[in-house]
Design a protein around this ligand. Structure first.
Ligand code: RFL
Ligand code: PHB
Length: 395
């Protein structure tokens, strides 16, 4: 490649940017990935934990699932609890499919290692990036670093820089529509050094608020508590966290989460967000840059991987056959899946959380919905087929 040029300039080295760069490489398409943070920051950031079976298939087909296959925990269902009583949703029986618990940071580590092995151009701590001439044949990335300016011409740009990135912000406001909802609560998440004492994830609806029991490995548990969005993490001592987790998760049969040293804790706000369309000129948005889901349905990383699967195929069709049809329909193709995941994530969130504004009628309706889910195979199957991942549309 001539200096200062690449076929696809990718902003952001999260799951979306890294997977896109890898897929393009498999198709013989050159890309440069520009990442604001350091490699270790990207590899250590604690984020998502659940891979849909669809995502596992994509990672396998792309040849980056060796460690995932060895270390990932295959889960054949989840449990939904109400005030200490659990009910299992059997994914395998309802859909014939499973999910895999494998931390996002492991996916990111695997993709970075593979891109570097393949000689990929990944630039961490890249400096300040701005995007120009998005509507021209060759848009431009300008990078400011240490008083120097570098420019990269590209055929296409991929905005994979998450919700707070610069890609979406580079599109004129009148060219896009934003759809958004914020929720009146947040999640306090911890990573604890304690071997999981349940086989599957437990989503618990409780009078005191929602709680989730999850895991990362045979040594590490991951737990979440619904909390106020303005809560200060400094007010949550380790003892307070464990006592609240115990109060919400303890079950009528005597089970309760096993405490252990807390390795990391943080609070994350909850929102649903979609930008339409995902394309402006030669800039294509993918992953959290284009949409955010509340984490209750475990969809964020999975949607990011589905977006770049479609974008990779569309760019391949363009370079191989000069066929622009898939690029033109990229946004529409992704949005169909995105809105289904939005609906599911909103539904799981509404089903399981305590909403401060809820009336007694709303509370009764929510309880009835939880009871219906526990009693109806059709309701369980609907949850299961969305959770394990809807099939990818052919393009
Ligand atoms: P990322 O991972 O945010 O990566 C974007 C990258 O872009 C970089 N960046 C820039 N680089 C250069 N210049 C700039 N100006 C830049 N601005 C930003 C950032 O440093 C970063 O490296 O977005 P991507 O790739 O779209 O991936 C999306 C996922 O990270 C996200 O959807 C999930 O983590 C969401 N999520 C979950 N998803 C699941 O599928 N299953 C889950 O179980 C799940 N649980 C979760 C979650 C997210 C959570 N948090 C913390 C938001 C649980 C939580 C608590
Ligand atoms: C996680 O393990 O981090 C996790 C699992 C399920 C969710 C969200 C997060 O719905």
């Amino acid at each position: 490649m001539p200096r200062g040029y690449t076929q696809v300039g990718i902003i952001g080295a999260g799951p979306a940017g890294l997977m896109l760069s890898h897929l393009l490489h498999l198709h013989g398409i050159h890309s440069i990935v520009l990442e604001a943070r350091s490699r270790s920051y990207c590899e250590e950031r604690v984020r998502a934990g659940v891979l849909e079976h669809t995502s596992v298939d994509l990672l396998q087909q792309a040849g980056v699932a060796h460690r995932l296959q060895r270390e990932g925990l295959r889960h054949q269902g989840i449990e939904i609890g109400v005030d200490g009583m659990r009910h299992r949703i059997p994914f395998l029986e309802c859909t014939g499919k499973c999910v895999t618990v494998y931390g996002q940071r492991e996916v990111v580590k695997d993709l970075i290692a593979r891109r570097l092995d393949d000689g990929g151009d990944l630039r961490f701590e890249c400096g300040d990036v701005s995007l120009h001439h998005l509507e021209d044949e060759q848009p431009l990335i300008r990078i400011h670093k240490n008083d120097a300016i570098e420019e990269i011409r590209c055929d296409f740009l991929a905005g994979c820089d998450g919700f707070h990135g610069i890609s979406r912000a580079s599109i004129p406001a009148q060219a896009i529509a934003l759809y958004e909802r914020t929720y009146p609560f947040a999640w306090l998440g911890i990573l604890a050094e304690a071997p999981p004492s349940r086989e599957e994830l437990l989503y618990m609806h409780h009078e005191r608020g929602f709680a989730l029991y999850s895991m990362r490995s045979p040594r590490i548990t991951r737990l979440y508590l619904q909390c106020r969005p303005d809560e200060d993490i400094r007010d949550w001592s380790d003892d307070r966290i464990w006592s609240e987790l115990h109060a919400r998760l303890a079950c009528a049969d005597g089970w309760h989460p096993t405490p252990g040293p807390i390795l990391q804790k943080s609070i994350t706000g909850m929102r649903s967000f979609v930008v339409e369309p995902l394309q402006y000129g030669r800039l294509f948005l993918a992953g959290d840059a284009a949409h955010i889901v509340p984490p209750t349905g475990a969809k964020g990383m999975n949607l990011a991987l589905a977006d770049v699967h479609y974008l990779g195929l569309a760019l391949h069709a363009f370079y191989r056959r000069g066929d622009e049809a898939a690029l033109r329909s990229y946004s529409q193709t992704c949005l169909q899946r995105i809105w289904k995941a939005q609906r599911f994530s909103w539904w799981m969130t509404s089903l399981l959380h305590r909403f401060p504004e809820d009336s007694p009628f709303d509370r009764k309706r929510q309880r009835a919905e939880l009871a219906y889910l526990a009693a109806s195979r059709a309701a369980a199957t609907s949850l299961a087929e969305n959770y394990v991942g809807l099939p990818l549309d052919p393009i």
